[in-house]
Design a protein around this ligand. Structure first.
Ligand code: 0X9
Ligand code: ZN
Length: 300
């Protein structure tokens, strides 16, 4: 059904998620956690062996519409985990996975139909200019550095924290689901970075050594798997300060110990328009990194 030799639209990805629930009904379930501005469902796949006491991990892709490698990578990871589940190590099996491959379905659809480099959602809160940057709209230090009140910019933060239905759906689901959340991983592109909080400014949380150590082990796992170099560090000083990111909210409010934004390939040759031939190698290395993070989350 789904292949990883091409990029797919939301409808095909959602069809694949539904297919998994009929093929693996004891392992997979799908839930619509909310609707987008243009009334598209935001679908979440839960993978769970149903053991009580499992740790919970959140994975998302597609917060930024043009970062096509991220829904592709997330669905590749889903496919790998589900189809190899019986042979996976305990830290994979005894995790409850909550995975949203397309967090911004309106923006993603718009990049297929109209503007390949669209980044934001498709909200029309700001007069003539459409779109709120969903990664400036989360409710921790909202409206600070690296975000804008001008709807015509790429980093428009929206009218308030969680003003957008897409971010509000994630907030509502995570805070309404009383499970032991341990790791939050948001896939973005591009640049080959493993970033951890804080992103809102040049500062780090008190347990930054743990985040740095696990991040470095994740980057080492990527190179060990034959992948390229990924740079590890706090988002605010490694990339740039940008407030209202999902990673900061996950760490600062929602109680995830291990919160990462992973910027996938490449470093600029193709940028957002990464050829589909890169999906498989990029997703393989993303899975190698995710394994390290989830194994650490099991001990958290
Ligand atoms: O600017 C962003 O939202 C992310 N980079 S991207 O090129 N994919 O747009 C980085 C976000 C890092 N985290 C925070 N600043 N909180
Ligand atoms: Zn992004």
């Amino acid at each position: 059904r789904l292949t990883w030799q091409a990029y797919h639209k939301t409808a095909v990805i959602y069809g694949y998620l539904e297919h998994l629930t009929t093929t693996y009904p004891n392992l997979c379930s799908v839930k619509t956690i909310g609707m987008s501005v243009q009334n598209r469902p935001i679908k979440l796949l839960k993978i769970s062996n149903g053991k009580p006491g499992n740790k919970a991990v959140w994975v998302d892709g597609g917060i930024h519409a043009r970062e096509w490698i991220t829904p592709a990578t997330v669905t590749y990871i889903i496919n790998h985990i589900v189809s190899n589940f019986e042979n996976e190590p305990k830290y994979i099996q005894d995790t409850d996975w909550y995975i949203t491959p397309v967090a911004n379905p309106d923006g993603y659809e718009f990049t297929h139909s109209t503007d390949r480099l669209w980044r934001k959602n498709r909200a029309r809160s700001g007069g003539q200019c459409a779109g709120t940057d969903l990664n400036r709209n989360f409710g921790y230090k909202w409206g600070g550095k690296g975000s804008s009140k001008n709807p015509c910019t790429q980093i428009y933060a929206g009218t308030g924290p969680f003003s957008e239905p897409e971010t509000a759906a994630i907030q509502r689901f995570i805070q309404g689901t009383k499970v032991p959340w341990k790791a939050y991983v948001s896939f973005h592109s591009y640049g080959q970075y493993i970033l951890y909080p804080w992103g809102y400014e040049n500062a780090v949380p008190t347990d930054h050594r743990d985040l740095e150590a696990v991040g470095r082990r994740a980057a080492a796992a990527i190179t060990a798997a034959g992948g390229p170099r990924y740079t590890v560090g706090p988002a605010g000083s490694t990339l740039y300060p940008a407030a209202g990111g999902s990673d900061d909210w996950a760490k600062g409010v929602a109680g995830f110990k291990y919160s990462y934004t992973i910027e996938l390939r490449d470093t600029g040759r193709f940028g957002f328009v990464l050829p589909a031939s890169y999906i498989q190698p990029t997703a393989e290395e993303a899975l190698a990194a995710l394994r390290v993070i989830v194994e650490a989350a099991q001990k958290a």
